[in-house]
Design a protein around this ligand. Structure first.
Ligand code: FAD
Length: 412
């Protein structure tokens, strides 16, 4: 493998100019969105576009989309086990399919398919069950044997003499990847054009309530009155909710990923393996993009521990011996908030006018359009959209969990 002289993505747009604008916050807004990542920006866009609510501010403590939105590995799929999950993720995938046209901005959405490998008899049984559940929900899903895996992705090692042999895989052809920064800029640009204020370097430090309702946010740039406040601060949701006296069942963990140097196209799809715990795709520019599981300790530092990368590399090499001479270019981490059932919390809170969107753990990028649409509906109507109705905070007391972790055990 050699590096191309001109990376394939070299002609693509630079940062749009409006990102450098940073308006003074107004004294009050109808809706304040805390967090300028993908979810916050998408929510602002659908609030303006679908519900005509444009007196909206997105407050970001750093720079727009510099959190998980900048750090994720961009896998998009909807092949989750339970009806509740496949409902919201498939809604999202359908929106992805029309998003470039909707936003009028390139997002390089590429439906190159996703293989989820099975390495044990139990993996095979769980995977076949998930394929059947997906089909019943109208989601494209196939079970492929090792020869089928090799046909879809010739560089996967399917020989039976490795430590964790590939026994087959689920395949979702409509799944794929997109370019995450363009997705954020596309939403930001369109929301900005409809009158939404995008305010950077503005950290929310307090939430004010009166008579059981939210009234304002305190920020590093002053107090801002708000009719409604929507939290989209992945990784920091419990810190923010606590400012309004709400305790969330979330744990914040670093989640790491890495890229290789730019290489010629060698990897035609996305391959994920839970058993050996690595997943790999090749970005449009040519880097191999690899991710792993969460670091096991809690923390807010956007870096992770080296032993995770080490394990990730040995897993990757077993599956893809062809990568043996590729060089590592960059590693990083983001902070994800993980809920006990590995499903998100999206909806109302005990405080009037305060809404929660959190707990997406390792898999919220793919949900960006879907949750933006559903969360905007929830805020506009003070009532959940049918797709996020199951993902209430109350489920942790009623027991109506959506246990994707125990069921599908598929990360990202
Ligand atoms: C390494 C890695 C790989 C991943 N891979 C995938 C994948 O392949 N597929 C997938 O679907 N998902 C993936 N994810 C998960 C996905 O990135 C997240 O679930 C999703 O991005 C979260 O939503 P967001 O984009 O709004 O978050 P973010 O971009 O993190 O946005 C939250 C924002 O809130 C801001 N904020 C926090 N506190 C405050 C405050 N007090 N005041 C103001 N602003 C505040 C932060 O600065 C941040 O910009 C991955 C995540 C990581 C870290």
């Amino acid at each position: 493998m050699t590096s191309p002289a001109q990376p394939p993505g070299a002609h693509l747009p630079e940062h749009p100019d409006f990102l450098w604008e940073n308006p003074e916050p107004k004294a009050s807004y109808d809706v304040v969105i805390v967090g300028g990542g993908g979810h916050g920006l998408a929510t602002a866009y659908y609030l303006a576009k679908v519900h005509g609510i444009t007196n909206v501010a997105v407050l970001e403590k750093g720079w727009l989309a510099g959190g998980n939105m900048a750090r994720n590995t961009t896998i998009i799929r909807s092949n989750y086990l339970w009806d509740e999950s496949s409902g919201i993720y498939e809604h999202s995938l359908k929106l992805w399919e029309g998003l470039e046209e909707d936003l009028g901005y390139p997002i390089l959405f590429d439906q190159r398919g996703v293989l989820n490998l099975a390495h044990s008899l139990q993996d095979v049984r769980d995977s076949v069950r998930r394929v059947n559940a997906n089909r019943l929900n109208g989601i494209d899903a196939e079970w492929v044997d090792p020869a089928g895996v090799k046909e879809i992705c010739p560089i996967v090692n399917v020989s039976p003499d490795v430590r964790y042999p590939v026994l087959g895989a689920t395949y979702q052809p409509r799944a794929g990847i997109a370019k995450h920064d363009y997705v954020a800029w596309g939403y930001a640009r369109a929301a900005h054009a409809m009158g939404v204020d995008l305010i950077q370097n503005c950290e929310v430090t307090g939430l004010e309530t009166a008579g059981g309702r939210i009234t304002a946010v305190q920020t590093s740039r002053g107090r801002i009155a708000a009719g409604k406040v929507a939290l989209c601060a992945a990784g920091h949701s419990s810190v923010l909710a606590k400012m309004a006296g709400i305790r969330l069942p979330l744990a914040s963990h670093p989640l790491q990923a890495l890229v290789s140097e730019l290489l010629e196209p060698v990897h035609p799809t996305v391959v994920m393996s839970n058993a050996v715990h690595v997943y790999v795709s090749q970005a449009h520019k040519g880097e191999l993009v690899m991710g792993a599981g969460i670091d096991s300790y809690n923390g807010y530092g956007q870096r992770g521990s080296f032993h995770i990368i080490e394990q990730q590399m040995s897993a990757a090499l077993e599956l893809f011996p062809v990568f043996a001479r590729a060089h590592l270019l960059r590693t990083w981490a983001g902070i994800v908030d993980v809920s006990p059932d590995a499903s998100p919390i999206v909806g109302l809170t005990p405080v009037g006018g305060l809404y929660l969107n959190c707990g997406w753990g390792t898999g919220g990028f793919k949900a960006t359009p879907g949750v933006g649409d559903c969360f905007a509906h929830t805020i506009a109507h003070d009532k959940p959209h049918p797709f996020n109705e199951p993902f209430t905070l109350e489920r942790f007391t009623t027991g109506a969990l959506v246990d994707e972790h125990g069921a599908a055990a598929v990360a990202h």
